[in-house]
Design a protein around this ligand. Structure first.
Ligand SMILES: Nc1ncnc2c1ncn2[C@@H]1O[C@H](COP(=O)(O)OP(=O)(O)OP(=O)(O)O)[C@@H](O)[C@H]1O
Length: 488
């Protein structure tokens, strides 16, 4: 065991938002460690630990408490059976050899009690009982961890096996460092009168971010609570009609213009105008938009009267506008004008920490909609972190929705996602690369990434097995995974 706990103290306090908080401090070989938790302590999940070695059991209990879990610690099978009758645990962590039975009996008890909705049962096993643990995993246990294990590693695995705690509920975009930085940035810019340009791959949440900026603006002191936000997708509207949609027209301005039409600038006056897919706007419309932004005046088609408009402009695109500006496909002066605050949304594959959080929130949302209480298979997290998610959060959600509705018991399982990794040899992959005229180097890098992801996923993330299948050393595999930013 790595740490010797010699003293542990616990203090309660009132958090800044008036709820009960807790602080734990323990001294370990002369060094003091502290862990503070706020109001989330009130909804802490309880883990059942079945361990007959008192030192091991107590250190696990202490560490788990420091990590904001409640722990029911029992030392034999009989006590574990009793505990299982009193509550539904989100996780059971058990030694494989117990004084009055073994892991097989515990698994049988749990399967009998819960059937297809058996809570995750993870065995802690010594070298001598690994084979038995593997057999039990085949029979329905979730996983096993080999003793002696590093407590930090165990805590990380528990984070994957269990739904994220409610302390993450303050977040609205994600819990990864990148997402948290984004949330802070949005809080800061809400009060600034600067246009915002949101760039990111399709499905990364650009529109969601625009809606949150509006919500934060509306929450500013003295702001209108019903602050209008008008959104328009520039790629979805025919070039000939886009101008009229943006600036409006008078009756008779062109054939078919039977009555006056107020454009989005007028409709968003005093609020937010969201121009989605601005990278798809033609050069002539770009020129007109620039003039409106410079003058703060809009003129309906067929009219000679300028109208003063004041909007907070938020633009979004999945395209690289800087590259387009270099080739003359996007006006550089317009780019400067719209990018007062540039925001880049990283793709989901680069925000691995967000995947579990988003997935659990989605399952909660679906539960709220359907009145069911399904849970996400904890192994989903390990699987999902290996996927490329080219369609980002939209793709993740649609895969989850499918798995949710197909689940025959209360577990939303990864096997049911039906989203195998793209096969680099498949026509879809080649067609995708061909369609976008990908340079060979990029194509090969992408093929390598997808193949690595596929084999890692098939081998359930086991490095040694993956390296063997690929015919490369573990070191080379490690380097490649790092280069391709594939989470291990
Ligand atoms: N961080 C997030 N949290 C919750 N839902 C998200 C998040 N990011 C994206 N989504 C959801 O994913 C879907 C796609 O998001 P959104 O439309 O905002 O993406 P987008 O980048 O604007 O996509 P596109 O470029 O294709 O228009 C929506 O259902 C949205 O609610």
């Amino acid at each position: 065991m790595r740490k010797l706990l010699v003293r542990c103290e616990k203090y309660c306090f009132i958090t800044t938002n008036g709820r009960i908080g807790i602080q734990l401090a323990y001294t370990d070989q002369g060094q003091t460690w502290q862990k503070t938790r706020g109001d989330d302590i009130l909804t802490t999940p309880t883990v059942l630990v079945v361990e007959d070695d008192p030192i091991m059991g107590e250190s696990l209990q202490l560490r788990l408490r420091l990590e904001n879990y409640n722990v029911d610690l029992v030392s034999d099978l009989c006590a574990a059976r009793k505990a299982l009758q009193t509550r539904l645990y989100p996780l059971v962590l058990s030694d494989i050899r117990l004084p009055d039975g073994d892991g097989g009996s515990l698994l049988a008890t749990m399967l009998e009690r819960y059937g297809g909705c058996c809570p995750p049962l993870v065995f802690m096993t010594g070298y001598g009982s690994v084979e038995q643990a593997v057999r039990l995993v085949r029979q329905g246990a979730w996983d096993y961890i080999q003793k002696p294990f590093d407590l930090d590693a165990l805590i990380q695995r528990i984070g994957e096996w269990m739904p994220p705690g409610t302390h993450d509920d303050d977040a609205w975009f994600g819990i990864s460092p990148a997402s948290q930085a984004l949330e802070q940035l949005i809080d800061r810019i809400a009060s600034l009168d600067l246009p915002v340009l949101i760039q990111g791959e399709s499905g990364t949440g650009k529109e969601l971010v625009a809606q949150h900026i509006r919500a934060r603006m509306a929450a500013q002191p003295g702001a209108r609570h019903d602050l209008p936000m008008v959104a328009i997708n520039c790629a979805a509207i025919h070039e000939g009609l886009l101008e009229s949609e943006l600036f409006g027209h008078e009756a008779g301005a062109f054939t078919g213009a039977n009555k006056r039409h107020h454009g989005v600038f007028e409709r968003a006056n005093g609020g937010v105008l969201f121009l989605d897919e601005i990278g798809d706007m033609s050069m002539p419309v770009q020129a007109k938009l620039l003039r409106v932004l410079q003058d703060g005046q809009v003129c309906r088609l067929g009219s000679e009267k300028d109208l003063h408009v004041s909007v907070r402009l938020i633009c979004a695109t999945h395209k690289r506008l800087d590259k387009m500006a270099e080739t003359g496909a996007f006006r550089r002066d317009l780019l400067f004008r719209i990018s007062g605050v540039p925001i880049h949304l990283p793709p989901l594959r680069e925000r691995a920490d967000d995947i579990a959080w988003l997935a659990h929130r989605r399952v909660q949302t679906l539960n709220a909609k359907t009145g069911q209480s399904k849970r996400l298979d904890p192994r989903f997290v390990s699987w999902a972190k290996l996927q490329p998610w080219e369609g980002n959060v939209r793709e993740l959600f649609s895969a989850l929705d499918r798995a949710y509705h197909f689940a025959s018991d209360c577990w939303v399982r990864w096997e049911r996602f039906g989203m195998p990794c793209s096969n680099p040899g498949s026509s879809t992959f080649a067609a995708r690369a061909h369609n976008v005229a990908t340079p060979l180097g990029d194509y090969l890098a992408r093929a390598e990434r997808e193949y690595l992801t596929q084999v890692m996923s098939e081998r359930e993330g086991k490095m040694a097995e993956t390296a063997e299948v690929l015919g490369i050393s573990r070191k080379t595999l490690w380097e490649k995974l790092r280069r391709h930013k594939i989470a291990t």
